[in-house]
Design a protein around this ligand. Structure first.
Ligand code: 5GP
Ligand code: ZN
Length: 114
């Protein structure tokens, strides 16, 4: 989608600090980190929210979890703990409508989330 900021990151039209990339997904540092480690994992395909996933998209979501596993190990947060967050629509505070999985780590996470 031409006006989507994360599609622009996928297409390298705007810079980002990419930590992982393959043919299906990109992972990059969040521009405004909320934890010492704050990485966003996104599909290259433009899917606005989890609600917009079709049957053909669930393989990508599964792949994203595999990549989260890999990144968590590489960043040294797998054993100490980390959090995965996907905000969906207004009441969750979603601001970028290209589905993304936040990885938060490197500090104690509070519960329940705000
Ligand atoms: P949401 O609120 O939609 O769950 O999360 C969107 C996230 O995208 C926010 O944490 C925000 O800091 C991040 N973000 C927004 N624009 C950019 C950008 O241009 N580059 C990067 N790296 N992150 C961005
Ligand atoms: Zn997009």
């Amino acid at each position: 989608m031409s006006d989507c900021i994360f599609c622009k990151i996928v297409n390298k039209q705007i810079p980002s600090k990419i930590v992982y990339e393959d043919e299906k997904v990109v992972a990059f540092d969040d521009i405004n980190p909320k934890a010492p480690i704050h990485i966003l994992v996104i599909p290259k395909k433009h899917i606005p929210t989890i609600i917009d996933c079709g049957e053909e998209d669930y393989a990508i979501i599964s792949h994203i979890y595999k990549i989260i596993n890999k990144i968590a190990k590489e960043k040294g947060i797998a054993e100490r703990g980390f959090r995965i967050v996907t905000n969906c629509n207004a009441e969750a505070g979603q601001t970028v409508f290209h589905i993304h999985f936040h990885i938060f780590g490197g500090r104690l996470m509070h519960w329940p989330p705000g």
